[in-house]
Design a protein around this ligand. Structure first.
Ligand SMILES: [Zn+2]
Length: 75
């Protein structure tokens, strides 16, 4: 059996919905889709910046730092 450190997460916060792949080992993430993508792209291309509320919640959830502000579901 292969154990993966990668989780696929569905995140919803207010009117933002996103699908993020997060690697617990490297703490890296990839935003597959985000309804706020156009806003985040102003700062960083093709991914949300670390201060994006979606990413903050993903890290809170995946790294068990604190209760995430957004609703996070593992897919
Ligand atoms: Zn974002």
């Amino acid at each position: 059996m292969m154990i993966s450190d990668t989780v696929k997460l569905s995140v919803s916060l207010k009117n933002t919905r996103a699908l993020v792949i997060f690697d617990k080992k490297t703490k890296s993430y990839r935003v597959v889709d985000c309804s706020r993508k156009s806003f985040c792209r102003v700062y960083v291309s093709k991914n949300c910046p670390p201060f994006c509320e979606i990413i903050v919640s993903v890290k809170d959830y995946a790294l068990k730092r604190r209760t995430p502000k957004a609703e996070v579901f593992e897919l």
